[in-house]
Design a protein around this ligand. Structure first.
Ligand code: FAD
Length: 389
């Protein structure tokens, strides 16, 4: 019986925890090994598109999600200097449901993550914190995992959900190290009361310019404004990938921009501004080696220009579970089916996201003026509950 397979998930981020819930849904009992002693998410926003909501709805979370964030009604592109509307796409909830079968939500990452974690923990005690994987070895019978706390464990199958810096990917697969993409992103969360003059129509607004991009949307029922500000940088001023940044650093990049942009940045609390050096890796030709595979950023660490990285991890999670539900005890068939169902879609999104970043920050104003979701529409129709596997 498949149900007897011991499936280990390395990493308890959005990908790992969603995979654990999805596997549980099909009667499997995975184990999540997470290096951190305490779990949490960064204070930032996250877009959860219809494709990801299909999965979350299928896992029974729709009413809880709705209580956290209702459907996002419209998106637009605004001129970075004047705020003039360059594109505006408005979709009521019913229209969204008719077109995609699910809505789009703009959320606080911590809200989404806590919901996932609570859902998993309410049905399982198989969450092993303070388990940093240090060694992974496999033979024809089993995968052996060693952790820095001295514990050793064995699984029938291991799925690495250990993020962009995936140690499993480095040890088990032919891959190159993560590479700086040439983009730096600053993220901030601003109290709406500290920027009352800023318009929140469109709900999601992108302000593109040559070599720079500013995006903002409200979260937590309009009480906070989340933003991501991106600038092309030929080289890194610091080795660190993510770190706290000075608000003045962001302002110096965007100080002559439209007043809403400047007012949002100015309202950032001193300790709530974070800088990311955006890294990526080349798309892979295969995600399976023996009894080991990859999921989420470990498999496809993409740039955030379509806001689809977590969405792809969430899709992976459900497809993985559906595949293992289908194949009985044949773990090899389960992994191959998962890879076949997911690899080309995730790789396409990976490449499309990079290209979207280039279009957003192109010297050509026509390219920059497109709707933020230009080119994405068909991809949002993907429903992991029903696609063939
Ligand atoms: P992670 O969240 O990185 O989780 C990996 C987990 O593995 C962590 O908990 C880590 O502690 C654990 N781990 C690592 N190594 C080990 C080890 N050796 N042993 C045990 N545990 C280990 N995506 C969207 O869908 N929408 C957005 O709006 C969006 N915006 C973004 C904006 C920015 C600026 C950035 C940088 C990314 C954005 N993304 C967005 C992408 C999204 O954040 C990621 O794709 C997603 O979080 C990946 O989830 P994951 O679970 O695969 O990896």
């Amino acid at each position: 019986m498949t149900k007897g397979l011991k499936i280990g998930l390395i990493g308890g981020g959005i990908g790992g925890i969603t995979a654990a819930i999805a596997l549980q849904k099909y009667g499997l009992n995975p184990i999540v090994y997470e290096q951190a002693a305490k779990l949490g998410e960064v204070g930032a926003g996250i877009t959860i598109g219809p494709n990801a909501n299909h999965v979350l709805n299928g896992l029974g979370l729709e009413s809880k999600l709705e209580a956290l964030a209702s459907a996002s009604p419209n998106v637009g592109t605004l001129h970075y200097k004047t705020g003039e509307r360059l594109s505006y796409v408005s979709r009521g909830k019913q229209e969204y449901l008719k077109r995609y079968g699910a809505v789009s939500r703009l959320m606080h990452r911590a809200d989404v993550y806590s919901l996932l974690l609570d859902t998993y923990k309410s049905n399982s005690e198989n969450l092993k914190l303070s388990h940093e994987l240090t060694t992974i070895k496999q033979n024809s019978e089993t995968v052996t995992l060693k952790f820095s706390n001295g514990i050793t464990d064995q699984c029938d199958v291991v799925i690495a959900c250990d993020g962009i810096k995936s140690g499993v990917r480095d040890r088990i697969f032919v891959t190159e190290p993560p590479k700086f993409t040439g983009f730096v992103a600053w993220r901030g969360l601003v109290d709406r009361n500290l920027a009352p003059q800023v318009t929140l129509d469109p709900h999601f607004a992108a302000f593109p310019a040559e070599n720079k991009l500013f995006g903002r949307y409200p979260v937590r029922h309009n009480t906070l404004i989340n933003y991501v500000a991106v600038a092309r940088k030929p080289s890194l001023s610091s080795e660190s990938w993510s770190q706290r940044a000075e608000v003045s650093e962001v302002l110096s990049e965007f100080e002559d921009w439209y007043e809403d942009v400047v007012n949002i940045i100015r309202a950032t609390p001193k300790d709530k501004c974070l800088r990311w050096a955006l890294h990526s890796r080349q798309p892979m030709k295969s995600w399976v080696n023996g009894r080991i595979s990859l999921l989420g950023d470990a498999a496809h660490p993409m740039t955030p220009f379509y806001g689809m990285g977590a969405g792809m991890a969430i899709e992976d999670a459900l497809i993985l579970a559906r595949c293992f539900n289908e194949v009985g005890t044949d773990w090899e068939a389960g992994l191959n089916r998962y890879e076949t169902a997911r690899l080309s879609r995730a790789n396409k999104m990976h490449i499309d996201s990079l290209e979207r970043g280039e279009a957003f920050m192109s010297p050509d104003p026509k390219k920059r003026g497109q709707a933020p979701s230009a080119g994405l529409d068909d991809q949002l129709l993907y429903n992991a509950n029903i696609v063939s596997i």
